[in-house]
Design a protein around this ligand. Structure first.
Ligand code: LLP
Length: 383
């Protein structure tokens, strides 16, 4: 993947930077698109990556957008997406954001509380519109992922309580909304797909309850959450869309006019991105070997925030002995640590270090903390 020619090119660039391998992105998009049936639609969860070049590539594959702020919606419109391919989720949309969503005729809102539903109805009334909404339901399903990115258990702030679904058919009588679907998202970075089986069961129970009570919805949006391989990314560059899509297509009971919607982020973009950084210093302190890089938690916050592991490679060293390193950034706090006791070839000041699997929630979560510079991105097809 990192040929000597590419490494030579990298060494002329100022670090740190993000590098995107567009062919990996396209392979994931090809694989996903080929599995979709006419009753499936995928919305790219743009919070995972907002880079315009990535969005343009995704737009070539006819995906919609799952946005969580009006700024994300605006950004996607500016990058060529149609409003009627955009769904608007988020547990705390402001009145202004809702108004803007209504005015721009987005496809539908994923609504997270009964109060929000009433607000959308009243704002739609002011604008003389009828707005499509999909009700996000918290199905109370626990999954085996980091607690911070689990979203579908009874402790989590998202969606409405399953016990409140009896209100939904009555609320559809509000004059300026149309309840066109239901929505779920139980968590992110799920490798074991069994929680999705539980989700399908709950979803089937809910749709038949709604139908018995006179509400025929059009869309069942099952969210995203399909995980990627952070440990051996090169072996699994293409996500397991096959099992994921098949599971829902076989386990969700669908009426003729109904579709299954997916909101996928990480599984589409996760493996195409890399953070490339340079070693500023190496030092031994007490019993530890530290490598101090020129990228920090402001560029890649996942290890500090979620204790997550990214594969790390030295792509310039010719050494063949290995040492265990604490690999850290320059930010003034100890949480700015990418990995502890990480086995790496003997590394020196000036060597280039690559963090793998940085296509999702890396560049989009970066900041200027410590007033550090914005970071550049480069692409395999133009570098
Ligand atoms: N739909 C909803 C309603 C979501 O909240 C999310 C992600 C997705 C779809 C897309 O999930 P994905 O397919 O990417 O797993 N910053 C964390 C991940 C936060 C996920 C937030 N919600 C991380 O770096 O791991």
């Amino acid at each position: 993947m990192f040929t000597s020619q590419l490494v030579k090119r990298f060494s002329k660039l100022s670090t740190p930077f993000y590098y995107y391998d567009i062919s990996v992105l396209e392979k994931n998009l090809d694989s996903l698109s080929h599995l979709l049936k006419p009753f499936n639609k995928v919305f790219f969860s743009v919070k995972s990556n907002t880079n315009p070049k990535i969005l343009k590539t995704i737009n070539n594959y006819n995906l919609g957008i799952d946005a969580v702020s009006f700024n994300e919606i605006k950004h996607c419109i500016n990058n060529g997406f149609n409003c009627d391919d955009i769904v608007f989720a988020g547990v705390g949309k402001t009145d202004r954001e809702i108004e803007n969503g209504i005015k721009n005729n987005i496809s539908y809102f994923n609504v997270e509380s009964l109060q929000e539903l009433e607000l959308i109805n009243s704002l739609s009334n002011n604008l003389s519109k009828v707005t499509n909404v999909s009700i996000r339901i918290n199905p109370n399903i626990k999954c085996d992922t980091n607690k911070k990115i689990q979203t579908g258990s009874s402790d989590d702030k998202f969606g409405i309580d399953l016990n409140d679904i009896s209100y939904i058919p009555k609320l559809n009588q509000l004059s300026n909304i149309n309840i066109s679907g239901i929505h779920f998202h139980i968590g992110s970075q799920l490798i074991d797909l069994s929680p999705f089986i539980s989700l399908c069961k709950k979803s089937n129970e809910i749709t038949s309850y709604l139908k018995e009570n006179g509400l025929n919805i059009k869309t069942i949006n099952v969210g995203g959450g399909l995980g990627i391989d952070y440990e051996e990314p090169e072996k699994n560059l293409i996500s397991n869309f096959k099992d994921f899509i098949h599971l829902f297509n076989t386990k969700i009971n669908l009426d003729d006019n109904q579709s299954i919607h997916f909101e996928l982020g990480r599984s589409i973009v996760g493996q195409c991105g890399f953070l490339v950084s340079r070693i500023l210093y190496s030092k031994k302190s007490y019993n530890k070997n530290f490598l101090i890089l020129d990228s920090g938690m402001n560029n890649l916050i996942r290890p500090a925030l979620y204790n997550s592991n990214h594969k790390i490679s030295n792509i310039t060293s010719n050494q063949n002995t290995y040492l265990n390193y604490d690999i850290v950034g320059p930010i003034c706090e100890s949480s700015d640590t990418f990995a502890r006791n990480y086995p790496l070839v003997k590394s020196e000041r000036g060597d280039l270090i690559v963090f793998h699997s940085c296509g999702a929630y890396a560049e989009s979560m970066s900041s200027n903390y410590n007033l550090r510079d914005n970071i550049n991105s480069y692409f395999s097809d133009t570098i």
